[in-house]
Structure formats: C-alpha cells, structure tokens
Design a binder for this molecule. Structure first.
Ligand code: ATP
Ligand code: SF4
Ligand code: MG
Length: 372
C-alpha cells in the first residue's frame, strides 16, 4: 500500500485477492423492498404516527456506492437504521443475497451484523472514551472473528489500522479516543466496522462532523474500501457535491419518500424532480435549502399528517389537481433514471414541469406569490 501522488491520501493498491471484483450484472448484496417506518407519536390520540419512511426500495451492490441525500428530517437515518436492523420496519422486506434477512433473535442479528456494519456521524460519541484503540478493535475482532491471540491478534490489529491509514499502527494502537483527532477517530470507527469483514457499510453522514480539511481523506478511504474490498456502501449526506464525487448512484429523499434516483452525475447535473432542482440550487450549503424552501413555501410538511398525493405539492410551483390527490410512483426519466413526479407520466391532466428557480423567480420570497 502506498500513498497517491495526487496530493490526497487516496490509497492506490491492488484489489484484495480474497474478494474478486463484481460483475456488471451481479444481483445486489443487500436489497430493501417497500420499506416503511411509522413511529408512534406519544401523547397524541387516534394512533397518530410519524410517517418517517414510506415505500422505499434500495439495492446495494458490491463495489458500488449509493448516496442518500435530502434535507433534515427526510428519513435518511431511519433508512440506515432499518437496513442495520436497529429498528424494526413497519412493513417491507430486507433481503441479503436474495434471502429474507429479518433477524428474529440475537444469533440471527449477530450473523447479520457481521455482514452489514454501520458507521455513525459522531466518531467521538461512537467510541468509548475509557477504552484504547487496541481494546475497541480487539473486542470487535473477537466478536466477529473468534478468539485471536498473540501474534495473530497483533497482525490483525496491524492490518486493520493500516487499512484505515493509521500508520505506523504502533503509533495509534494504545491511544485513547481523546488523544486522536476527529478524522483519526472516524478511521478507528471504520476499522472497528471492518473487523467484522462486512459486505455492506452503512455510513450515516460519516464526514459531516469532521473538519472540512480532512473530509476528503475519509471519503477517499471509503472509496478505497469500495474499490479494493468491493464493499457495498450506503453513503448518507446533506452534501450533494460529495455525493457527486463519491457515489455511483444517488437517491434523493423528500418527506420519507424517494423522489429521484439515478447515476450521480446526471441526478446532480441535470435534476429532473422539482425538489431535486431546489436541492441542487442550494448546494453546497444545505441549510440554505431549508431556509430558502421555508421562506419560499412555508414549513416542511408534517410527517404526522403528510400532504396527500405528492408530498412536495405544497411547495411545488407546477402542482395540479392530480398532484394533490394521487401519489406519483417513480417514473422513468431517461436511461436508468427515475423521478416520482406526475410530470413524467402520460396521465391526462399531468403537470408541465419546468425550472423551479425560474418559476419561483430569483428571489426566494417571490415564490410566496405562487398559488398553493
Ligand atoms: N425514534 C423516533 N421516534 C419518533 N420519531 C422519529 C424517531 N426517529 C426519527 N423520527 C422522525 O422521523 C423523521 C425522519 O428522521 P431521520 O432522523 O430519519 O431524518 P434524517 O433525514 O436523517 O435527518 P437529518 O438530516 O437531520 O439527520 C423525523 O421527522 C424524525 O423526527
Ligand atoms: S409537479 Fe406534481 S408530482 Fe411533480 S413534484 Fe410537483 S407536485 Fe409533485
Ligand atoms: Mg440523519
């Protein structure tokens, strides 16, 4: 293993011989079909629920990255937690290599976690401050790979730390989390996930709490794991630019539903769904989107009583009656791309979708004049 000559700490090295590369038409490692998660709302009568995720399907392939983007509260983390089986789905199915993987007991969950690991946003919170790197990684190796001892254990620790570019390993292995930088801690968290030798990594905003200067290093590390270990990665982010840089496919979420999906380049460069257009126009600052969308179209929709039909219709300048009554399915837009917008259907009375920004006018406030 050596460092890239391109300035970043991107790894360049041969693929892992133990894991042959993926074929183009290989079936997904992990597939979710029609996932739904409704959280009960405490204190509200009539069995009110938060519609956090509705009818979401995802395929994760070996050696491929799927980015999940969308504004705060759109259901991204809930999807990751459902796929990790940290929370049970209200309905829908999770398939690992084509077989129903719903873990019904501790043993089945243990087997599942060995294949599907999660990386969290806050590397400090996810590492126990009273344990050294050695303790954290040894524990994970023992849980997932049995009782390694002596030289075998040291070699496994060395390999893990080298894989996440904490080299030389001896410099890091006996450190406590508070003795490491944010980026180094996230590398330890990734090493802990790799100790399970997983096929799937679910990375929930893995760089958002890190200093901007070290974000690229972590993304390049994840990319290296994709390319050399052929791990399937779900990458959750607010940052469209990083999705474009890092992910093969991008899925855009709005209010618990997927509104657009396709190859990252065309979704980010030529967004089809009106919400994606708004999201892209606000990049790279997602907070700008929230402010802009709220300023433009009132509050984000209630997920307890989500809007009927297309959930984006109260904000959409193109909405027609059909949008207010029927939920649009994901419809083909172009090769491999889909958008959940009636504008791409052949239905009578379909809306005519154009540029959201032109429809809103240059000033966000101008959108307030658009008919609801
Ligand atoms: N345990 C829970 N109980 C009740 N509601 C929940 C629970 N977890 C999440 N929610 C709700 O589900 C919705 C989706 O939340 P989620 O955390 O998945 O969003 P997100 O897209 O990850 O947002 P962010 O970008 O802020 O991390 C939100 O309305 C949230 O309040
Ligand atoms: S045109 Fe209709 S279906 Fe399409 S995003 Fe707007 S409200 Fe939704
Ligand atoms: Mg989240």
């Amino acid at each position: 293993m050596r460092t890239s000559p391109h300035g970043s700490d991107e790894l360049v090295g041969p693929p892992d011989a133990r894991r042959p590369g993926p074929d183009a038409d290989e079936p997904p490692v992990l597939r979710a079909v029609g996932l739904r998660k409704h959280f009960p709302v405490r204190g509200l009568r009539n069995h009110a629920v938060v519609h956090a995720v509705d009818d979401v399907s995802i395929d994760l392939h070996r050696g491929r990255v799927v980015a999940l983007v969308g504004e705060s509260g759109s259901g991204k983390s809930t999807i990751a937690r459902l796929l990790a089986q940290l929370v049970p789905a209200t309905s829908g199915q999770i398939l690992l290599h084509g077989t129903d993987a719903t873990a019904t007991g501790r043993r089945a969950f243990g087997r599942y976690v060995r294949r599907v690991q999660m990386i969290f946003q806050d590397p400090f919170g996810s590492l126990n401050p009273i344990h050294t790197v050695r303790y954290t990684l040894t524990r994970s190796l023992r849980i997932h790979q049995g009782r390694l001892r002596g030289a075998e254990l040291e070699a496994a620790l060395d390999e893990l730390l080298t894989r996440v570019q904490l080299t030389p390993p001896a410099r890091y292995v006996d450190k406590f989390p508070h003795e490491l930088s944010g980026g180094q801690r996230q590398r330890v968290a990734i090493a802990r996930a790799l100790a399970a030798d997983p096929e799937v990594l679910l990375a929930d905003e893995p760089i958002s709490m890190l200093d901007v200067s070290i974000r690229l290093g972590i993304l390049n590390l994840l990319r290296d794991l994709r390319d050399r270990l052929h791990i399937a990665i779900l990458y959750i982010t607010h940052d469209i630019a990083s999705a474009r840089y890092f992910a093969d496919r991008t899925m855009v979420m709005y209010a618990g539903r997927v509104v657009e999906q396709g190859d990252s380049e065309s979704v980010t460069q030529d967004p089809a769904h009106p919400y994606t257009q708004l999201l892209i126009s606000s990049a790279p600052d997602p907070d700008d989107l929230a402010a802009r969308a709220r300023g433009a179209r009132g509050e984000a929709p209630s997920l307890v009583r989500p809007p009927a039909g297309c959930r984006f219709h109260p904000r959409c300048p193109f909405a027609v009656d059909l949008c207010r009554t029927e939920v649009p399915p994901l419809l083909p837009v172009s090769d491999g791309r889909e958008a959940a917008c009636w504008g791409y259907s052949q239905r009578d009375g379909r809306p005519e979708v154009g540029s959201v920004l032109e429809a809103y006018g240059a000033r966000p406030g101008a959108a307030g004049e658009v008919d609801r």
